[in-house]
Design a binder for this molecule. Structure first.
Ligand SMILES: [Fe+2]
Length: 450
């Protein structure tokens, strides 16, 4: 299939070479002399993210030193080259130079590169596609490895897997946990994360370890940003960090439908009968202000305008509304009062969080209380860690507080978690596994909407 696609694209590649402008030729020279030292690959940090409607659209984001690369893709079931397609990405010549508080030792700083993203639309629902990236400026052509993604379908029964806080990286657990969940979830087409994928977002080596790995392939991926997406360097919190999630926003291109001040870190997408919404909780020291107020307005406006278009409502947000106020005092002071009434108003089904590095899962809550009304209320799941950064239970979280149904000390037991979530028209079943493939928790969310 790859060879057939290659022949089809040869003419397109030649045309692309003829189109080189002086400005782009200069950019190419600059990029070539700054070839990243952290990876020898021509195309790296390749991530497939959902389009606003994940049944017909995805976006592929990648970094490269080559200008004029393009993406070739095909339905794996279709052998005729006539249906093979290509798409040219949007380019940005980028490094972290001139960004506040960035680390000059990071290869994001020292190695300029092209950051490319291309949204592929008009895909067929429930279909597996293969793709690769090509730079046609050389002979022979320079190609990426072949990758895959599967679009959302309109199935009555489907599943996805969820993670949180892969940090710190590298570690010996994260990739094994992802492989485990691929097996348990039978190669789930969608993987989500509630943030803190790496410890220091300004360090490219961490991202290389996470993203340029076979475990991190063949699914559509969505994550909310964690506070560590705002870390430019490993300095302590007294040191000012990024004011925007710069590296996150250049590694992942999500639907551009979020709040204006949190574009790409807040967003939503439809996946089968579910609506996923990502929220940006910023860094740990800033959980209030106009950026957050705007995001709450955007959330409510979005949910009002999308009313009746989904059956399940799932939120990805790094900090847990009912998480630890000891680990992050802003949870109790700002986040809970701001978001709990909104989630109650919109009857959110499930909020996936992290941040505390402690496992805590609530009862179905109607506001701040255990729900007593059928078809009303929200489950809050903070899985704590899908890596090796763990904390012992603190006294602000308790299974006897009327809020939390399950609290697990990850640190003492050396546990890391991920969840497989089965969705049908009648219910969602959330099963949380540890790194030994043992079930740690399970709960059911009955459908509230038709
Ligand atoms: Fe974290």
């Amino acid at each position: 299939m790859k060879r057939i696609i290659a022949i089809t694209a040869l003419l397109l590649a030649c045309l692309a070479c003829l189109a080189i402008t002086p400005a782009l030729a200069l950019a190419q020279k600059q990029a070539d002399t700054n070839k990243p030292s952290s990876t020898s690959k021509d195309f790296y940090h390749i991530v497939v993210t959902p389009g606003e409607d994940a049944s017909t659209s995805v976006t592929i984001n990648y970094h490269t030193n080559h200008p004029y690369s393009y993406i070739l893709y095909a339905d794996v079931q279709v052998e005729s080259c006539v249906r093979n397609q290509f798409v040219k990405p949007v380019y940005e010549l980028w490094s972290t130079k001139d960004i506040e508080n960035t680390s000059t030792s990071s290869s994001f700083y020292t190695n300029g590169r092209f950051v490319c993203h291309a949204t592929i639309s008009n895909l067929h629902p429930g279909t597996k596609y293969e793709f690769f990236i090509r730079c046609g400026s050389f002979h022979p052509n320079v190609d990426s490895d072949t990758c895959f993604f599967t679009t959302a379908g309109k199935k009555d029964k489907w599943n996805f897997v969820a993670f949180t806080d892969f940090q710190s990286v590298p570690n010996s657990i994260t990739h094994q946990l992802i492989q485990n969940m691929k097996e348990i979830g039978n190669n789930p087409p969608l993987m989500v994360c509630s943030g803190d994928m790496v410890d220091v977002a300004g360090w490219e080596d961490s991202w290389t370890w996470l993203l340029d790995n076979d475990a991190f392939r063949d699914f559509v991926y969505a994550s909310s940003p964690g506070d560590h997406a705002y870390w430019a360097d490993a300095k302590d919190r007294k040191y000012p960090q990024y004011t925007e999630a710069h590296t996150f926003n250049h590694l992942f291109h999500f639907p551009q439908n979020g709040a204006e001040k949190s574009k790409n870190t807040s967003y939503y997408f439809f996946y089968n009968n579910a609506l996923f919404v990502s929220l940006d909780m910023n860094n740990s020291n800033i959980s209030r202000g106009e950026k957050f107020d705007e995001q709450t307005r955007w959330f409510q406006h979005t949910l009002d305008s999308l009313k009746g278009t989904y059956q399940y409502l799932i939120v990805l947000m790094h900090k847990s509304v009912y998480g630890s106020s000891i680990i992050d005092s802003n949870v109790g002071k700002y986040i809970r009062p701001q978001w709990s009434p909104i989630f109650q108003k919109y009857n959110v089904d499930l909020v996936l969080s992290g941040h505390d590095h402690v496992y805590s899962r609530t009862h179905q809550l109607d506001g701040d209380h255990k729900s007593t009304i059928k078809n009303k209320g929200t489950f809050y799941l903070d899985m704590g860690s899908s890596g090796n950064k763990r904390r012992a239970v603190d006294t602000s979280l308790s299974e006897s507080d009327g809020i939390h149904a399950k609290v697990i000390d990850l640190k003492t037991k050396e546990l890391s978690f991920a969840a497989n979530i089965q969705v049908t028209k009648k219910k969602m079943t959330v099963t949380v596994y540890n790194q030994h493939k043992q079930i740690a928790d399970q709960f059911t969310i009955k459908a509230k909407r038709r």
